[in-house]
Each structure stands twice: as structure tokens, then as C-alpha cells.
Design a protein. Structure first.
Length: 256
């Protein structure tokens, strides 16, 4: 049993109930621990969240990570609209679609860039071309409710530190880490490691060196143009509001 609370393969109709039972990442009552609800598809790049939960990195940071494995982006959209999800791991194009509907979410960090692992991709993630030929065109990000970024930046930073700690642990202990993660994908540890070779997890050093948001915004603009032309979105979101990387700048200043 994982040290964190992990809800696996939740049908869309049960997503809200699963989150309600877990709590949410708002101000906890006196004596209660804060809870962060995160949802994502079964993409191997997100596996480090399972690792962080099972190794208890969330508890050491002083919060509880509740993972909801939800394949349907439409279900995650509804959960965000009902203020029942705190964040998601998702591709940039899905963040753009939510923003075009008026949802106030921002990417606080990059998770990975595909380098060939995008085929096959989970339902709802639109792959314009193979990332073997166009590395960096598919970016996965940690997307957080803007009110949580503004109201509980300390809590968001704890989640981010958990991610980077899990990344370091995976790189130092790939056999053990893949043993832990692979069961959530129904594959062998060896197969998980093989699939993970087709993506690039981006370290803290790689994201905190400055100028991290410029290329992100440029890529977002290209995707938005394509979605407007294809009719996938009707409203053009403000690219400047899609990214909020300021927490990366002082991520470890208030760590334990």
C-alpha cells in the first residue's frame, strides 16, 4: 500500500467522489494535514508522482498527495470547474484548451519533453508529429489552480520539491524506482525503464537557470495558432497567463 493516497483507474462518474473523500489543497483545519489532489492520464512520464507518494516524500514535506488516475480530460475539466482538483500533470495543448474555456490554471514547472515516447499517447493528447523528429514539441507540465498558487505558494512548492526529489531518486536508483512505479502501469520494471528512455525529465537545475518560460510561451503560441485554425478552440488564451514559473526561483528557500 502506498504511503500517499493513490486512487487508480477512477471512472469519470466517480472522480468527484474520490476527490471529496480525500480533501483538497486549501487551508486545512487546525491539526489537519494539507492535501493536494492531482489527476493525470497513464503516461509514463508522470510515474515519478507515484514514486514520491510511495517513498513518503509528501509526508516529509508536510502534506498528503492524493493521486487520481483519470484518463478523460473532460472529467478533469469538470473537476476543475467544481474546484475539486488542485492540479494536474498534462500536455501543454490540454492546458491551452482549459485556458480557452476560462479556467484559471498555470504551469508552474515542466515535467518532461517527449523524445519518441509519444506513440502511443493517452486518449486526448494530440500528437502533431513524432518527437523523434521534433524533440520538445510535446511538453508535459504541472498545471495548478491560480488561486492555489496565489493563496498557498508554500504548498505548491512542497509538491514541486517532491517531484524533483523523486526524479533524483529515480536517477540514482533506477531498478528500485522502476519496480515501484511499473505496477501502476501494468508493465515490467524493465519495460518502464525502456519507455522512460524516450522522454526527457527536466531537472531543477535545468529549469531554474533563467529564461525557462520564453521557449514555453513561444511553443504555446504555435499550438494556439494551430488550434484556432483547426477549430479546436474558439477563444485565444493569453499565453502570459499560461505560465507562472516564479516559484522555481526560490523553491528551496523555505524547505525543511
Amino acid at each position: 500500500m502506498a504511503k500517499g493516497d493513490i486512487v487508480r483507474r477512477v471512472p469519470a462518474i466517480l472522480l468527484s467522489a474520490a476527490i471529496l473523500l480525500a480533501g483538497c489543497g486549501r487551508e486545512p483545519a487546525a491539526g489537519d494535514e494539507a492535501v493536494i489532489n492531482i489527476a493525470f492520464q497513464s503516461w509514463v512520464g508522470y510515474g515519478l508522482f507515484y514514486l514520491a507518494s510511495e517513498k513518503g516524500f509528501d509526508k516529509e514535506e508536510g502534506f498528503r498527495l492524493n493521486i487520481v488516475d483519470e484518463e478523460l480530460d473532460s472529467a478533469r475539466q469538470e473537476a476543475f470547474k467544481m474546484n475539486m482538483l488542485d492540479c494536474e500533470a498534462a500536455t501543454l495543448d490540454l492546458l491551452i484548451e482549459k485556458a480557452s474555456q476560462g479556467m484559471s490554471l498555470a504551469a508552474v514547472m515542466k515535467i518532461d519533453e517527449s523524445a519518441g515516447s509519444d506513440s502511443p499517447r493517452p486518449p486526448g493528447a494530440h500528437v502533431p508529429a513524432s518527437t523523434k523528429e521534433y524533440p520538445g514539441i510535446i511538453i508535459d507540465t504541472l498545471n495548478v489552480r491560480q488561486d492555489l498558487i496565489d493563496g498557498r505558494p508554500d504548498l505548491v512548492k512542497k509538491l514541486m520539491r517532491c517531484w524533483f526529489r523523486a526524479l533524483s531518486y529515480y536517477r540514482e536508483n533506477p531498478a528500485e524506482a522502476s519496480q515501484i512505479i511499473s505496477k501502476y502501469y501494468g508493465i515490467s520494471p524493465e519495460e518502464y525503464r525502456r519507455q522512460a528512455e524516450g522522454l526527457r525529465w527536466i531537472s531543477y537545475a535545468g529549469q531554474s537557470s533563467g529564461g525557462n518560460g520564453n521557449g514555453f510561451i513561444e511553443t504555446a503560441g504555435i499550438i494556439i495558432d494551430a488550434k484556432i485554425i483547426s477549430g479546436r478552440i474558439k477563444e485565444r488564451p493569453d499565453t502570459q497567463l499560461l505560465v507562472d514559473f516564479k516559484l522555481l526561483e526560490n523553491l528551496y528557500e523555505d524547505s525543511k
